[in-house]
Design a protein around this ligand. Structure first.
Ligand SMILES: *Cc1c(COP(=O)(O)O)cnc(C)c1O
Length: 423
């Protein structure tokens, strides 16, 4: 391959999405490759956040129904705008809560143990909060998680074989909760096939989309996925602690949510203030209390950018960036103790590259000292996410070049091989 910087520059010149970099606040002294943990601020998201403050300033309580984005309808409107990213109907999506809260909500709704069908199936590499939520939901229904939470095992400690997953879908499983993309290795799980296998065995299935929403197109409705949850602060760039989102398939709309609150009411009934709740007939029913307007407002602007760029285009560039990074890493970091631990195939690779190295913690510190922001995942993972909206091929080149230099000069040895508080 052509490893020259000039080649990277040429890729940038051919990049049809390059104009979007100006939509973001980029610190030119740094290279930000951590958009899979916290996306950076766009001018659009800033504007819609400030608009929400302006509405508050101008209208006070009337902001619920006045202004450009009346707060009373905002969660549903954001749901409608998000639906196209995940292949859902507008009525199946709402912006609300957080991944953890929404998972509690939907597991409390969809986990209906009966007779000997009592188990929840998850994966042994799952993000901890998902497991904590499943454990507590089991306990709330009187089941011991030690026995009733069962796991698919990974053969290599990084990825899963789909046949192993299907094999674990036994008679006694009532519910399956899996990620769409594994947060460490970036492996994409085959949601369509897993959903079909689950339904063939009469098991409900939900996905955590934290690492896939905004990365590639989904077809949740057509695949028949029962439910999904996600956050909007990673690839969706809606800001720290931004409101999350949930999806519930149309066919389930008639059921009463496991957790109810007044914002799940039918909109025209909510302010009747009756003690008998009339749930909304769309995904809005799964809301709990008053929406967090100020942490939802940046998402309005973020979603505009997705509409303008197009998810297919973003995916194409993301794959090109990560493919380029792997090729450079293979040739420039050879024999330095790195292994590329994400799947190589486009259909199986999410939005980031995952390198493993024994000295990962201090290599990340050495990168940070040089203005490169990676994402360390203990014990030996380095996640590098070149985000197609705002990262470039020359940045990929510079990151791999810097890694090579850090290894050759052994500058990482200046640091302790321990993680910081957050990463
Ligand atoms: C980021 C992430 C979460 C975070 O959940 P919050 O409720 O937003 O804190 C959960 N699950 C996965 C897979 C994640 O990647």
């Amino acid at each position: 391959m052509d490893k020259s910087y000039a080649k990277a520059q040429e890729y940038d010149r051919c990049d049809t999405l390059s104009g979007f970099r100006d939509e973001f606040y980029i610190d030119d002294e740094k290279i930000y490759f951590d958009g899979n943990s916290l996306g950076i601020l766009s001018k659009r998201a800033e504007k819609t956040a400030l608009d929400a403050l302006k509405s508050w300033k101008q209208y006070g309580i009337d902001g619920w129904t006045e202004g450009e984005e009346p707060w009373f309808y905002l969660s549903e409107r954001l749901g409608t705008k998000t639906a196209s990213l995940i292949g859902a109907r507008a009525s199946e999506v709402v912006a609300t809560g957080s991944t953890t809260v929404n998972l509690h909500q939907l597991v409390s709704t969809f986990y209906q143990p009966k007779g000997s069908k009592t188990k929840i199936l998850a994966d042994e590499l799952a993000f901890p909060t998902d497991i904590y939520a499943l454990q507590s939901q089991l306990k709330l229904k009187g089941y011991d998680p030690e026995e009733h939470l069962v796991f698919v095992n990974s053969r290599d400690g990084k990825t899963f074989d789909e046949e192993d997953m299907i094999e674990k879908m036994t008679e006694d499983v009532a519910l399956i909760v899996l990620p769409s993309v594994l947060y460490r290795s970036g492996q994409i799980l085959p949601m369509k096939r897993l959903t079909k296998a689950a339904h063939d065995r009469n098991i409900a299935i939900g996905f955590d989309l934290c690492h896939s929403i905004g990365v590639f197109p989904h077809h949740l409705h057509d695949w028949g996925v029962d439910f999904a949850v996600w956050c909007n602060y990673k690839y969706l760039n809606a800001g720290p602690g931004a409101v999350g989102g949930l999806y519930v398939h149309h066919k389930h709309m008639a059921q009463t949510p496991g957790l109810t609150g007044w914002f799940g009411s039918r909109k025209d009934k909510q302010f009747d203030m009756e003690h008998d709740m009339t749930p909304a007939d769309d995904a809005g029913a799964y809301q709990l209390g008053t929406p967090h307007i100020l942490s939802a407002a940046p998402l309005i602007g973020s979603l505009e950018l997705f509409e303008e760029a197009g998810l297919e285009q973003l995916r194409k560039k993301s794959l090109a960036l990560t493919r380029y990074m792997m090729e450079l890493a293979e040739s420039k970091l050879e024999g330095m103790g790195f292994s590329i631990a994400n799947p190589r195939e486009d259909e199986q690779r999410g939005g980031h590259v995952y390198l493993e190295h024994r000295e990962a913690a201090r290599i990340c510190k050495a990168l940070k000292a040089k203005g490169i922001i990676p994402d360390f995942r203990a014990p030996k993972g380095i996640r590098l996410a070149p985000v197609p909206f705002y990262n470039t091929f020359t940045e990929v080149w510079r990151v791999i070049d810097r890694l090579q230099m850090i290894m050759e000069k052994e500058t990482y040895k200046k640091y302790k091989n321990q993680r910081g508080v957050v990463a």
